[in-house]
Every structure is written in C-alpha cells, then in structure tokens.
Design a protein around this ligand. Structure first.
Ligand code: AMP
Length: 402
C-alpha cells in the first residue's frame, strides 16, 4: 500500500480544518482551515509547504462541499493529489464500540450517527466531513480516528458514574474521556525522551487549551481522565465550568428562571475562565489583565483554574503506582509559564519542582523538561493530533490493503 501522504480532516459544524501529512515523518505538505461555512462570509485559508498563504472567499452554497472543492483544486494545482493515499477523519465520539482507527463503511457511518446522542455538537459535523470527502475523493479509502478511543482502556472503577447501573447498560451513560489522540501523542513523545517503550511508562498528561483535560497513563494506557460522558466534566476550562454540584442546575431551573437551554449555554459557553473573570476566555488576555491592571477577577479565574487542575493531577496518585513525569500540552500548557508554575507549585508533595529559567524558555513550540534537577520530570510537549491521525490511518491501511 502506498502511504505517501494522508489528508487529515477535522470537520466542525461550520468549519473544516485540513492537513496533508506524511505519516512517517509528520511533515505537513499543505494545511488550512475553511471557516464561517453556511454563511456568505465563508472563507478558506491554505498554507502551502513553501510558506505561501492563500485565502479564497467561498462561493454559494458556502458549504463543506464547496470548501472541499477548492481544496481539491488547490491540491491539483500544487500537484499533490496523486500523493494522497487516504483521508483520515477526526471523529469525536466512538462510544464503547471503537477503541481503534476504523475504515469507514456504511455500518461505521450509522454508528457515528447513533453516537450523536452522546456528542450532538460534534458527531453530526464529523459525519458531514466524511460524506463530503466521499464525494470529493471518490477513490480514496476513508479512515476514522476517535477522540475517545485512547480512553477505552479505562477500568470500570474510572468510567462508571455513581448512578443506577441500568443507565449505563441501557443508555451507555458512563465516562468516555476526550482529547485521546493528544494525550496519546504527548505520551509517545515523553516515552522517547525517556528512551523507554511507551508500555513501560507512567505519566499524567494535562491538555490545557480552550478545552482542558487531564489523563492518568499507566503502562502506556489511559486509566483515568477528567472529561466524562461529554467534554463538560472535569477541570475548569475556557468557557466550560467543569465539575459542579448537580444541585446548582436544579436551583437555576426551579428558583432562578433558567430553561434547560439556558443552563446548557451557561455551563458550556459562559462559565470557566470567561465566567469567573467576567473578561475573557483567553488565557493571554487574563494574564495581561492580572499582571498589568491588577484585575482581581482575572487573577481569581486563573487561580481557580490552576488549583482545580493541580487537584486533579494529585488525585491520580490513586490511579498510578509509579510516575515518570507530568506532561503539559495544548495552547495554555505549551505557552503559559505562569499557569505551569502556579499548578506545579501546588504539587510539591509529589516531588514536582520547576526550574523557572527552563520554564520561561520552554514556550512557543519549544519542548523540553522544565523540572529542577532531582525533581520529578515535567515536560512541555507540543501536541500534534493530525500526525497521529495520519500515522494511524496509514498503519490501518497497510494492514487491510496488502
Ligand atoms: P487551544 O485551544 O489549544 O488552541 O488553546 C487556546 C488557549 O491557549 C487560549 O486560552 C490562549 O489564550 C492560550 N494561549 C495561547 N498562547 C498563549 C500564551 N503565549 N500565553 C498564555 N496562553 C496562551
């Protein structure tokens, strides 16, 4: 099977992110984003390997198909079409059924559709991407890589809620976890740093971006993670509140006039860093406000954010018997030295101590161990989910198409 390059597609309801990647080296030949789809503002931005950046306004009907048509045209113009051996799709929810990359079939499409009950914002959009690619790239195999897959190794004590068992058995209400591809990628990179096979490594990884999750990795496998049935559970995030007392929801509905739709908006779009600060969900804006304007609510938001993450990391002492180190990734984890210091300063019981000089230098794409000598390792590793999707798609294809 020729696996020169895989076109990785991450489709949202009004966007398509794409990268053409060589699975063996991770080299990106072309990448870009189509956004504001389904509106007349629809636009596609392409970054070509040679450094050229192009923008094209999309024509009516401004949909995913229109965006992919422009992408195909550009791939043809840059003589890249023949290099593509398959399309690899990021799909958010694979439920209990999918713990491995999977070739798209009618049954798989139906399963993704059914799982939309658990991921109503994401799975339908992912399916639109698959359908659009089937039309645009008729002869190419399509592979799906699920964001939940890496966490399917969690034991039942981690994935069960304290709810009646019948809800799990009849309605699949359990914890699934997300950001699996990212946690897996950074774990493989940290294992390389240690010069050990991943199966012999134990890590806690913190993916901190606009969405945030923390994962306990034992012998290379996820054994617990902070997100749950949906990405709303766990630590505080950019606009999501993370864990709250479920009683608050009843109070909001029964006594404060909220509808269920209002509560949904509140906990997913108006809470987290944005809600507590009253200023922004963007960590950079909050750090500026804290440092330059002494903004009390920005300081509070960042402090609560870091404490909740530190508490979650510490809680994984119950999941692991050995720990090689902590990994920071995601936009905040890779770039905010302040957040990393604030978190790690609360973890001295686990022998985590940062070297402040290394911490300051390890930003903006620089990776490395920022721990003090003799302290437990603490890596900053830039995530690359697209590369994992390309690699796993190529591996699957090499097995099925011999
Ligand atoms: P992501 O969702 O992974 O793209 O991450 C987005 C988050 O990363 C936003 O909250 C950004 O403010 C944050 N971020 C990006 N660069 C920096 C930086 N230099 N310092 C602090 N936070 C950053």
């Amino acid at each position: 099977m020729n696996t020169q390059a895989i076109l990785v597609i991450n489709c949202g309801s009004s966007s398509v992110k794409f990268s053409l990647i060589k699975p063996t080296s991770g080299e990106t030949l072309l990448s870009g984003l189509a956004e504001c789809l389904l509106s007349s503002e629809a636009i596609i931005t392409l970054n070509i390997d040679n450094g050229t950046k192009q923008q094209h306004k999309l024509a009516a009907p401004f949909n995913h198909q229109t965006a992919l048509a422009v992408l195909v045209e550009q791939l043809e113009q840059h003589h890249l079409v023949d290099d593509i051996s398959a399309i690899g799709h990021r799909v958010v929810h694979g439920g209990e059924k999918y713990s491995q990359p999977t070739l798209v079939t009618i049954e798989v499409e139906q399963a993704i559709k059914q799982l939309a009950k658990l991921a109503p914002l994401h799975n339908p959009a992912n399916l639109i991407g698959i359908k659009a690619c089937q039309l645009a790239f008729k002869n190419l195999p399509q592979v799906v890589v699920f964001d939940t897959a890496f966490h399917q190794s969690m034991p039942d004590k981690s994935f069960m809620y304290g709810l009646p068992y019948s809800l799990y058995k009849k309605h699949a209400i359990r914890r699934y976890g997300f950001h699996g591809t990212s946690h897996y990628f950074v774990a493989t990179q940290a294992a390389k740093q240690l010069n050990k096979p991943l199966e012999q490594c134990n890590f806690i990884s913190a993916h901190l971006g606009n969405g945030c999750s923390v994962t306990a990795i034992k012998a290379g496998k996820s054994v617990d993670t902070s997100m749950g049935m949906t990405p709303g559970e766990g630590v505080m995030m950019g606009t999501r509140c993370g864990d709250i007392d479920s009683g608050i929801i009843f109070h909001l509905v029964e006594n404060l006039g909220y509808s269920i739709a209002d509560v949904d908006k509140l906990v997913n779009k108006e809470s987290g860093l944005l809600g507590v600060s009253g200023l922004s969900n963007d960590c950079r804006t909050l750090e500026n406000a804290m440092q330059n304007d002494n903004h009390a609510q920005a300081t509070l938001a960042l402090t609560v954010f870091c404490y909740r993450i530190a508490k979650t990391i510490a809680s994984y002492s119950a999941s692991l018997t050995q720990l090689d180190g902590l990994i920071f990734t995601g936009g905040i984890g890779e770039n905010s030295s302040w957040v990393r210091t604030e978190i790690v300063n609360q973890l001295s019981l686990l022998n985590f101590y940062l070297d402040e000089e290394k911490n300051q230098l390890t930003r903006f794409g620089v990776s490395g161990n920022i721990a003090k000598n003799n302290a437990r390792a603490c890596w900053v590793i830039a995530t690359n989910e697209e590369w994992v999707i390309a690699e796993q798609s190529a591996q699957l294809l090499s097995k099925v198409v011999q």
